[in-house]
Ligand binder design. Structure first.
Ligand SMILES: [Zn+2]
Length: 99
């Protein structure tokens, strides 16, 4: 079950899911050949949030995406993006999509 990386609510499968794709800055790479869910600490929120690391041969990885946050709503996405924008030591190219 996916959780919103901002409010931590479970995202129901029949609902629209938003994603925020990020790239890590140089030297911060986390990679996994099979892809997995990790928890990543956000300084600006002083908490850890769930993030998906795409597998080595996944479509996301081939597009240069290093990590994916799942988000339940536009509102949470806007807050999450604002928070990620402060984490410039960690992330770059923060892009939100609706699926
Ligand atoms: Zn949410």
């Amino acid at each position: 079950m996916l959780k919103c990386a901002w409010c931590m609510k479970k995202i129901k499968e029949d609902k629209e899911v938003f994603t925020i794709n990020i790239k890590f800055v140089e030297g911060k790479k986390i990679s996994d050949s099979d892809g997995r869910m990790i928890h990543i600490h956000l300084e600006s929120r002083n908490t850890s949030v769930p993030m998906i690391i795409p597998g080595e041969n996944s479509e996301a990885k081939l597009e240069g995406i290093d990590g994916i946050f799942t988000i339940c709503s536009q509102k949470c996405g806007d807050k999450m993006r604002a928070s990620l924008a402060k984490e410039i030591a960690m992330f770059k190219d923060v892009v939100m999509n609706a699926t």
